[in-house]
Design a protein around this ligand. Structure first.
Ligand SMILES: Nc1ncnc2c1ncn2[C@@H]1O[C@H](COP(=O)(O)OP(=O)(O)O)[C@@H](O)[C@H]1O
Ligand SMILES: [Mg+2]
Length: 260
């Protein structure tokens, strides 16, 4: 991969927080990786290893204390980037129907056109929610609400979609369904995705590459290409190749029992 064509370049990034009692805490140290256009990259690591810190730095929510992040070749602080973020909780506005929730970011930009409305409907269709456009979030399950939130993140056609444990609050079965749905949506839209999770199988199943974050301080201990064909099915989940990737990553971050 040519680094000049990367949508995200993380170069020697470190983050040392100043805590309220005046001490400092190094959450990340010397992180390096790229994300290519259209690539799906997972970031996996134990709780507290600095995954959310990394995503917050890339999104520009906080400033790294060393190194630099380039988005489409430009410094995060200066770039007119197109980023969208999906968090653990979907936070939809209860007084708006689902289509209007999806359109919200475009309304903020005063950019709702008939084409945008059509794309919002198409996204709901792709997400399996074509018949839910005029329903309200309280009429949907948690998994459906999170799919609406994903559509909302995609409606502006961002260069990159950042997802921080988006399915962490869902039960295991719904989570599996969501992984299938997300793969399908990504396969259609081909947006670059950086997906944070503490679940090793989820990280592998979704990704072209898995970045493994070790802790204390958080640093990248491996960057593993996942050679499993698309579209992936349940069978891939239990294939020999898959299990080998799982073992490899478990060995890198330890205590597999502590990770679902
Ligand atoms: N605002 C902050 N101030 C001080 N320490 C923080 C802050 N945010 C996170 N941390 C610390 O940085 C480390 C990494 O946190 P985080 O990025 O949330 O990890 P993860 O998302 O992998 O669970 C943790 O030890 C956490 O306590
Ligand atoms: Mg986190």
């Amino acid at each position: 991969m040519m680094s000049s064509s990367a949508v995200i370049e993380v170069k020697d990034v470190g983050m040392t927080y100043k805590t309220r009692d005046g001490r400092s805490h190094t959450a990340l140290e010397g992180c390096n990786f790229d994300v290519a256009p259209g690539e799906f990259v997972s970031v996996v690591g134990q709780s507290g290893s600095g995954k959310s810190t990394l995503l917050r730095i890339i999104s520009g929510l906080i400033n790294n204390t060393s190194g630099e992040v380039l988005l489409k070749g430009k410094n995060v602080a200066h770039s007119l980037r197109e980023l969208a973020m999906v968090f653990q909780a979907p936070v939809l506005l209860p007084w708006r129907n689902n289509l209007d929730n999806v359109l919200l970011p475009m309304e903020f930009r005063k950019a709702v056109t008939p084409q945008v409305r059509a794309y919002a409907k198409e996204l709901l269709e792709i997400a399996g929610l074509g018949d839910q456009a005029t329903k309200y979030s309280y009429e949907l399950s948690g998994g459906m609400q999170q799919r609406v939130a994903i559509c909302r993140a995609l409606v502006s056609r961002p260069d990159i979609l950042l997802m921080d444990e988006p399915f962490g609050a869902l039960d295991a079965m719904t989570r599996d369904t969501m992984n299938f749905e997300l793969q399908r949506i990504w396969h259609e839209t081909r947006q670059s995705v950086l997906f944070v999770t503490h679940s090793i199988p989820e990280a592998i199943w979704l990704a072209d590459r898995v970045i493994v974050v070790g802790d204390r301080p958080g640093r990248i201990v491996a960057d593993i290409k996942i050679d499993i064909p698309r579209l992936r099915t349940r069978e891939h989940r239990f294939s020999e190749d898959f299990t080998a990737y799982e073992r490899q990553i478990e060995a890198l971050i330890g205590t597999p029992g502590a990770i679902s």
